[in-house]
Design a protein around this ligand. Structure first.
Ligand code: NI
Length: 186
């Protein structure tokens, strides 16, 4: 069995930090919304499931980066704040998972993937888990072209990072197939 242990105190601290930072932010749930903490928890649950079947050098790094992965991109939290609370390795992981706000949107994902690939596999796994979670049925307002582009981007993520986790790569492959099927039948 892999060593999937992470420190519960560390997890709770990172979760509270992230929940406070995201505050009133919401995420789409079909045509309604849910608190953003649901997204963070879903990504972290994907990571915990992977940790129960695969070995990672640092389960804590994976769990912390999962909980904090959108704090710098979506809130006022800075990489320095993350480093001050959770240390350099977590801050570097979150920084890589944060898309550049200065690059054009078309280049921001490729740039982030390149920076994630310079990080430990725990960080790769968080990006895989994030996209697995985000491939739930999209808001009805999304056009077919937008859905296809999102799917193509998911394929790029799978190809760039899939080798970090056979479990998460397989989960993402299945989510992409399901999502494509939904897009085709609409
Ligand atoms: Ni996310």
């Amino acid at each position: 069995m892999p060593d999937s242990r992470w420190c519960q105190k560390t997890l709770v601290e990172a979760y509270r930090f992230a929940a406070r930072a995201h505050g009133e932010q919401t995420m789409p749930d079909g045509d309604r919304t849910l608190p953003y903490a649901v997204h963070i928890s879903s990504v972290t649950m994907e990571i915990c499931a992977a940790l129960s079947v695969e070995s990672f050098a640092s389960p804590d790094l994976a769990v912390q980066c999962a909980l904090l992965h959108d704090t710098v991109e979506d809130t006022k939290v800075t990489c320095q704040d993350v480093e001050d609370h959770f240390g350099r390795a977590v801050a570097d992981g979150v920084a890589a998972l944060t898309k550049s706000s200065t690059l054009p949107k078309s280049e921001a994902m490729a740039d982030s993937l390149k920076r994630i690939r310079e990080q430990p596999h725990e960080v790769w796994a968080v990006k895989l888990a994030d996209r697995i979670t985000n491939l739930e049925p999209p808001p009805a307002a999304w056009s077919l072209d937008k859905r296809r582009a999102y799917c193509a981007e998911a394929q790029d993520i799978l190809e760039a990072l899939g080798s970090a986790s056979a479990h998460l790569a397989e989960r993402l492959r299945r989510q992409i197939a399901r999502y494509e099927l939904q897009s085709c039948t609409d």
